[in-house]
Design a binder for this molecule. Structure first.
Ligand code: ASP
Length: 453
């Protein structure tokens, strides 16, 4: 069915997001009125209880969580099989090294630029100056592993354990090793290689099936998030929120697009158009990791990046590349330093940049991890960790926005690396219809081959 006649999935997902925001806002306002006792005359409390218990924390919660589970279910087998295919498809270990090296440097570089931009914008606006410290600030900091441990843990003691935990770096390591060994075994392993290719195709089909219900799931996830968020806090923290969102948008629409154009010559407009879907998924799940299946599909089928590159750069990026999170750390550091009247100075800011870049390597792309990284940064520069409590209320919403920026960075670097290796199909990249998905196209059974065999 032509995409002109049917509404594309991207459009449906966007509509799901818009309706989710509207319905969430209505429920949020109703909740606020109910708690203020304003509309007691029409017994709004009973209605509210029903909405909270059965709709927001019932229906929306169940539908949204089932969807996120389905995405997470796909991540490990998808990464495993596509990386094996990727390595076997490259067939050249040297190229693998180059792809790894280039993507690592680009990921670190874009993260460093992101946080430097954030600090610059936040310092320029002087956010946090003149705000007094509330006495009840309290934040329970969790610690993230030291870099030495991160390096050691790249090699899994037990791959089943790593897979069960969804630890991306050891899974990447193991899958590459399997792929390389298959190449070394040669002809005898060809059945296995073919099997992995079929498995990869099946996994991609599963991604398509899960994505076909996305419009409803995105609606449920966003409606629940907006309904339960402390939207009132957005107003009291308006300065912080505005500067943070501004810096995120500068990075997404200006810095990353300049990097894409300069390093690959590809069209930023086409990139942004094709990445909308992935950004909405990241926004509604707040998790780069859970978004891996969707990023992988879009990067390969919509942007034309060969699987041999994307199978590595996408899961690698979801783990080590967090531009949006780094931006939050930069803005939050300046904000809280100003509130506590701590003078960080040039060396303090350089430490913040280094720490954030390092912290992003060691922490996985899952919801809320940015705050753990932030407490590491605060400890290093001597800022009070309990200051993080001040931004906690709006962090859930900020997490959604910054995760969308994180996954965009992963896709930019994947495109640049693929283009530089001659592994990007420019015709697919420039074709607006390439890889477009209509929900009606999903249920297609090719049972002729099955019954004939
Ligand atoms: N939720 C983010 C991600 O998955 C990480 C964070 O900023 O907390 O990329």
């Amino acid at each position: 069915m032509s995409s002109n006649k049917k509404m594309s999935l991207t459009l449906k997902v966007l509509l799901g997001m818009v309706f989710g925001i509207i319905v969430g806002l209505i429920f949020n306002v109703m909740n606020n009125y109910a708690s203020s006792g304003f509309l007691n005359a029409i017994n709004i409390n009973a209605v509210n209880l029903f909405i909270n218990d059965y709709i927001i924390n019932g229906l929306f919660h169940v539908v949204g969580s089932m969807f996120v589970n389905a995405l997470k279910m796909l991540v490990v087998p998808l990464v495993f099989f596509s990386l094996i295919c990727g390595v076997c498809g490259i067939g050249d270990v040297k190229m693998l090294g180059r792809v790894g090296g280039k993507s690592f440097v680009l990921y670190m570089m874009t993260t460093a630029v992101a946080i430097a931009t954030a600090i610059l914008v936040a310092v320029t606006f002087g956010i946090g100056k003149g705000i007094t410290i509330p006495t009840d600030a309290n934040f329970d900091a969790k610690v993230s592993p030291p870099l030495t441990q991160v390096l050691i843990d790249i090699i899994p003691k037990n791959i089943i354990h790593a897979m069960a935990n969804g630890d991306m770096l050891p899974i990447i390591f193991f899958s590459i090793l399997v792929g390389i060994s298959m190449l070394m075994v040669g002809k005898k392993a060809s059945g296995f290689v073919e099997g992995a290719e079929v498995a990869n195709e099946i996994m991609m089909k599963m991604v398509t099936i899960v994505m076909s219900v996305a419009p409803y799931a995105v609606f449920a996830l966003i409606a629940k998030a907006v309904a339960t968020l402390g939207l009132g806090l957005l107003v009291s923290l308006a300065g912080y929120v505005a500067v943070l969102v501004g810096a995120l948008m500068i990075h997404l629409f200006i810095t990353l697009m300049i990097v894409l154009k300069v390093f690959s010559g590809l069209s930023p407009l086409m990139f942004l158009k094709k990445m909308r879907n992935v950004q909405v998924f990241a926004f509604s799940t707040s998790s780069s990791n859970a978004t891996i299946p969707v990023t992988m599909r879009s990067v390969t089928q919509r942007l034309g990046v060969n699987n041999s590159v994307a199978s590595f750069t996408v899961p690698f990026g979801a783990t080590i590349n967090m531009d949006g999170t780094a931006i939050m750390q930069g803005v939050a550091t300046v904000f809280i330093a100003n509130i506590y009247q701590v003078e960080l100075g040039m060396s303090g800011y350089v430490t913040v940049i280094l720490m954030s870049v390092l912290a992003s390597v060691g922490t996985a792309g899952v919801p809320g991890v940015g705050l753990i990284m932030l407490s590491m940064v605060f400890n290093q520069v001597g800022l009070p960790v309990e200051g993080i409590a001040l931004i906690l209320g709006v962090d859930r919403l900020m997490d959604m926005i910054r995760t969308a920026v994180n996954v965009s960075g992963d896709a930019v670097v994947s495109s640049i690396v693929a283009k530089s290796e001659g592994k990007l199909d420019v015709a697919i990249y420039n074709d607006p219809e390439a890889g477009l998905m209509n929900t009606d196209d999903v249920l297609h059974f090719d049972n002729t081959t099955m019954s004939n065999s």
